[in-house]
Ligand binder design. Sequence first.
Ligand code: ZN
Length: 388
Amino acid sequence: MLVLEAKLKGETQQFELLDEAIRTAQFVQNSCLRYWMDNRGVNKYDLYKLCKDLAANIEFPWCKKLNSQARQAHAERAWSAISRFFEHCKKQIPGKKGYPQFKRHQTRASVEYKTTGWKLSDCRQFITFTDGFKAGQFRMWGTRDLHFYPIDQINRVRVVRRSDGYYVQFCVDVERNEEREPTRHTVGLDVGLSHFLTDSDGNQVENPRHLRQAEQRLKRVQRQVSRKQKGSANRRKAVNRLGRAHLKVQRQRKDFACKLARCVVKSNDLVAYEDLKIRNLVTNRHLAKSISDAAWGEFRRWLEYFGKVFGVVTIAVAPHYTSQDCSNCGERVKKALSQRTHICPHCGYVADRDHNAAINILNKAISTVGHIVTAAPDAENACGESIA
Ligand SMILES: [Zn+2]
């Protein structure tokens, strides 16, 4: 699955119609959730039926305006939130189970269409929304890649509202696979605060400077927001600025994570990293830490994505004792967080703390995988044969 994104250009009044569509989609989704809460043993098909009833109900005339497949898509969203919650309960994951939440009104929101309710122009530069809201034709910015795919491969179209405008996303049904020569090289990655990452060869990647700068800027804009009077136009403007500042950070982070992950995956046959629970970390009070955690989470998602694309094995190992154990002799060497160097009293091995951890991570991964078939002709085999 591939997602292509373009920015929409149109009249103010057209965007108001898109807002209506988004609001209706949320209404459908929330109604489904409410129905599930109020009734026992509701399944996905009950929710589909509810969508039909909503459209027929004269009390909610706006529901009929939304494309029928879009109504279904939002029932599916509600259902996936519900089943995710059940899944968490069943697996008895400690902590919050993620009870499905109602969609609140906020800037970032979206409406999802399937294969109907929209139409692309032949030149692929315009999109027309054809459902009951009659938002009409929009020009799209950044659709060059759209030419490569036939229209019947597009199985979802999403309109996403952000602080700086409206975007359309096309979900294209393709498996992306790329050729890669095996490098016979494996790597372990350790992430930390002082460096973005340290690998098992001792290479380090610094924290990107723009994250630090963005953090300063976010703080400043946040202060501006809190100084403005509630409900005033100035406050609304400041809130919008804050939203844009967040967007900018997100985009820079994505760019950094994506490039680095691609580079790491392309030059290795196996990539090992710690299985950190990012969700617990991001709530950390220190902004600096939460920013680098978010970047790490993004980086990990791209690692796994490119791992699939290039047929490279990616393994998340349990993080226990990776920084304490000696990577040379295996003895446990306790050290405080402030101690940046690993000095082993048992075998005399000295290394940078993160470097030592990265080697441990790689060793852990290799011990779980068995041997690695680097010369396998294709990705499926490489994974299948190497798992002992
Ligand atoms: Zn040692």
